[in-house]
Write a protein that binds this ligand. Structure first.
Ligand code: AMP
Length: 589
């Protein structure tokens, strides 16, 4: 499955295109940033090579509209679905959701919980729906992973009326924590559901997550992404009494305080810059404010790691990710210093020589450390692509509805036999067209004669073929007194002989078969549904008196096919179908 992933922010757009089918391949990724005066910065990574340019796209709409061209330039087409990162799914979404009109309305209700992020994410969805109206779009929520956390970790001790209004802890960065948890489990060589892991996502936004046997048990972010660690511009934990204090002491409004906690706090407040590299550079030059900021940062992270180890009764692994977690050896070391009591011992050299190319996840613990220390680059987009593919696979049986047509007994003739039956120079005369393009029911009819009996007035289907083929049901073979094999159309070697009688003569010919149940499928449907030519699938026939599932239905992918399943009259009778019906396709996986 080819999945396009979008992470739309208020002033940026990141995207990635992944092929997810057994292996996971990133084809292209990119980011549009700094929209200004009809242009923006565009970063592209194609086949591992990075490109940067100023591109003529002035806003989010123009950026999304530019993506098909970027993909086409790489020779990529045939996207199956779009996955969107959505920041807040509240308590409504514990897993990815297909973004149809009713889901989008529910996501919109959650805007008060994430006023900065959700509207931007939703704008991305609306724009993508304009560009790709026919593709399924799936929302993957930052909060979903944490909905498994127990009530005692998500409940604030506040008045019931506040809790009834929705005040609770949610946690964010769920996609990242889930990805690094899975990656760590791969490195350790044990299933995630046997491990106790503390995951530290340390980037501009930062959070720690207790992953207890595959499920998020606790996370340092709460109702909003403000709680917890020191971040680039966010404060992390602050006594909520600060609101009253600041209001009385400095006359600040709620909005002013909240805005400062989001955008003027954290490293920015402590050092003047939201960037950890600046803080580290300044600290190295003796800047005492930067030194203090680094100590506060490391201490807060260490406190959470210790707390979560206690919450889970010990840990197997401590994982670092995010810009700081991945790149700052000194911050990893500061955080781990003092955690020896709980079995974390860092190998100083390994910590220093980290290379994260090609999804590497090196182990940094020293020999004898009870706890593994792992660092890896977070791949939120890949995780979104995975979850989008999974979400669509789960719902495939319900979605893949196709028409089911009943083929009554019929005959295909070669031109030589047309003339033998209807006279020299005769050709088939179309009476009405069939749904498969170019095919028709001919005006002419024949009699099929067997040793026991005959079938009269049997329809001939055109155009003529290179070999004559007679398709009957199993019941018909009893009437004729012959046996016939179940075959796909055209597979006529070693088929029984039978007599055909027309107004101008009769012939004996082989080619008698019972048609194997099959689906004529257009290549676009085959790609969208992830099935291949000659693949056998199951189809659950619905909308009839007797629901029935047909196994071993053979898919025939043909460039001009009208997608439709064909069964014969015996099968239709068994399923209680008269006229047409619908079938839901269920693939082997
Ligand atoms: P992210 O939000 O994951 O992109 O992380 C951004 C943060 O990572 C910023 O604070 C950067 O200063 C920090 N960062 C990136 N590279 C380094 C580095 N080599 N050393 C220290 N911090 C870094």
């Amino acid at each position: 499955m080819r999945i396009l992933v979008f992470n739309a922010g208020s002033s940026s757009l990141k995207f990635g295109l992944y092929d997810i089918a057994g292996t996971e391949t990133l084809r292209v990724k990119g980011g549009f940033d700094r929209f200004h005066d009809g242009s923006c910065d565009l970063k592209l990574t194609v086949d591992g090579a990075h490109h940067r340019l100023r591109a003529p796209h002035g806003d989010l709409a123009a950026a999304i509209a530019a993506v098909p061209g970027i993909l086409a330039a790489q020779g990529i087409d045939g996207i199956n679905a779009i996955g969107h990162r959505i920041a807040h799914g509240g308590a409504l979404f514990d897993k990815p959701a297909v973004l149809d009109t009713s889901t989008l309305a529910r996501v919109e209700q959650l805007t008060p919980l994430a006023p900065l992020h959700n509207p931007a994410n939703l704008a991305g969805v609306a724009l993508a729906r304009q560009v790709w109206p026919d593709l399924p779009q799936v929302g993957v929520f930052d909060t979903s992973f944490h909905l498994s956390a127990p009530e005692f970790s998500t409940t604030y001790a506040v008045p019931q009326a506040w809790r009834d209004a929705g005040l609770r802890r949610f946690g964010f960065h769920g996609t990242s924590h889930k990805y690094v948890g899975l990656r760590a489990a791969e490195v350790i060589g044990q299933p995630l559901d046997r491990l106790q892991i503390v995951s530290c996502h340390l980037g501009n936004g930062a959070s720690v997550c207790a992953i207890n046997r595959g499920r998020s048990m606790d996370s340092s972010m709460g109702l909003t992404p403000l709680e917890g660690l020191v971040m680039g511009t966010r404060s992390g934990d602050v006594d909520p009494g600060a609101f009253g204090f600041l209001s009385r002491r400095l006359g600040l409004t709620i909005e002013e305080i909240e805005s400062a906690l989001y955008t003027d706090s954290g490293l920015k407040a402590l050092t003047g810059s939201p960037d950890m590299r600046d803080a580290e550079d300044r600290a190295a030059q003796g800047d005492t404010a930067a030194q203090l900021a680094i100590e506060i940062y490391a201490y807060r992270a260490r406190k959470y790691i210790g707390a979560y180890a206690a919450a889970m009764g010990g840990i197997d692994a401590l994982v670092f990710t995010g810009g700081i977690g991945e790149n700052s050896a000194s911050m990893r070391r500061r955080i781990c210093d003092g955690l020896e009591f709980m079995g974390v011992t860092l190998d100083i050299d390994r910590n220093q020589r980290v290379d994260l190319a090609d999804r590497a996840a090196p182990e940094l613990q020293s020999w004898g450390s009870r706890v593994r220390v792992i660092v890896t680059e977070t791949q939120e987009q890949l995780q979104i692509a995975r979850e989008t593919a999974t979400a669509l696979a789960v719902m495939r049986p319900a979605r893949l509805v196709l028409p089911v047509a009943v083929s009554a007994r019929h005959v295909h003739l070669c031109q030589e036999h047309v003339e033998a039956l209807f006279g020299p120079g005769a050709t088939l005369t179309p009476e009405f067209p069939l749904r498969q393009p170019g095919n028709f029911a001919a005006h002419q009819k024949v009699t099929i004669e067997g040793p026991k009996g005959a079938l009269h007035q049997v329809r001939i289907l055109g155009p003529t073929r290179s070999r004559t083929q007679i398709e009957v049901s199993r019941t018909d073979t009893f009437a004729l007194g012959v046996e016939a094999p179940v075959r796909l159309s055209g597979d006529l070697d070693a088929t029984p002989k039978i007599r055909l009688k027309g107004p101008a003569g009769s012939i004996e010919t082989d080619g008698l078969i019972i048609a194997a149940r099959h689906i004529h499928m257009h290549p676009d449907d085959a790609e969208r549904w992830g099935v291949a030519d000659r693949e056998e699938v199951e189809v659950r026939v619905t909308g009839t008196g007797r629901g029935m599932t047909f196994s071993g239905v053979i898919v025939r992918v043909q460039p001009t096919a009208f997608t439709e399943m064909h069964i014969d009259t015996d099968e239709a009778n068994a399923a209680g179908i008269s006229g047409g019906a619908e079938g839901a396709l269920i693939t082997a996986d």
